[in-house]
Design a protein around this ligand. Structure first.
Ligand code: DGL
Length: 291
């Protein structure tokens, strides 16, 4: 039996308990680091385990069945590290697998779509909303579903951006190629007259200034990473699984692909050194199948 790191300490005044287990988080690559960044700002006292599935990147062109299998393998792997909460820091994996994953795992799971949809519904005044996302996310219909669950009268314009996450992941964010791609993906949204755009991939906040310039400053951008971090805070508080607020948290990084390039690109985007990135072998993950 696994020994849980959870300690239940009641202070003399009857204050809350302390749960020292880490929060697990995964993405297809480095995009989820935008979520990790927001979580480090909001929850600096928590420990995080981040896994980038770089060996199987990109997720955005994968089928729903592939994404479900990957999400289940990674979720099971992280749950095996005694995490207290799992954050699917990837819109494509969330769109394909979240409810299904929640049905099959014991651990609480937060996904990427709902937090951004909720913020966007609150932000839009014209009720004309744009979504920039991968093909997998757009085809799943997850964003229109989440938005219409909150306000059925909002017009949602989804723009697939097939190669944008790959360009960003390659580390080439400021190239002419990315500027041209952003300009062509934002044009239909400008034509549609949206006043709010959801950055529906965790990679896109890394190009947010460029996207904002292309859309114009009157369009509000919703950064799903910020909204996910806010929801993490709500879950920690409601379930009373916060770590001790007086401590400094720790982060462990893992990837399934090339460790050197993950370390290099990840450090650049997170603006901190990524020490001792561990490798998780795909052969190990692929042995995990739903019984
Ligand atoms: N970060 C992923 C997302 O949020 C997209 C990248 C990919 O295609 O793997 O959808």
């Amino acid at each position: 039996m696994k020994l849980s790191r959870r300690r239940s300490l009641r202070s003399a005044d009857g204050g809350g308990s302390v749960d020292s287990r880490p929060i697990g988080m995964f993405d297809s690559g480095i995009g989820g680091l935008t979520v990790l960044h927001e979580c480090l700002l909001a929850h600096p006292h928590e420990d995080f385990i981040y896994l980038g599935d770089t060996g199987r990147f990109p997720y955005g062109s994968r089928s729903i069945d592939e994404l479900k299998a990957y999400a289940y393998q990674i979720a099971s792997h992280l749950v095996g590290q005694d995490i207290k909460l799992l954050v699917v820091a990837c819109n494509s994996a969330t769109a394909a697998a979240l409810p299904w994953l929640q049905e099959h795992m014991e651990t609480a799971i937060i996904g990427a779509v709902h937090p951004g949809a909720e913020a966007a519904v609150q932000t839009t005044r014209s009720r004309r909303l744009g979504v920039m996302a991968t093909v997998a996310t757009v085809e799943s219909g997850s964003y229109p579903r989440a938005v219409h669950g909150l306000d059925a009268g909002i017009r949602v314009f989804c723009q697939p951006c097939p190669d944008l996450a790959s360009m960003i992941q390659n580390g080439d964010v400021f190239s002419r190629e990315v500027v041209d791609a952003v300009s062509s993906y934002t044009e239909p949204l400008r034509q549609a007259g949206v006043d709010t755009v959801i950055l529906g991939s965790t990679h896109y906040p890394l190009a947010a200034p460029m996207i904002q310039r292309a859309l114009g400053k009157e369009v509000a951008l919703v950064n799903s990473a910020e909204e996910i971090a806010r929801e993490v805070g709500e879950v920690l508080e409601r379930k009373d699984i916060d770590n001790n607020p007086g401590r400094q948290g720790d982060i462990s990084f893992f990837c399934t692909g090339d460790v050197e390039s993950f370390t290099e690109v990840g450090a650049r985007f997170l603006q901190m050194p990524l020490d001792d990135v561990g490798k998780v072998e795909l052969s190990e993950l692929e042995r995990i199948v739903l019984a």
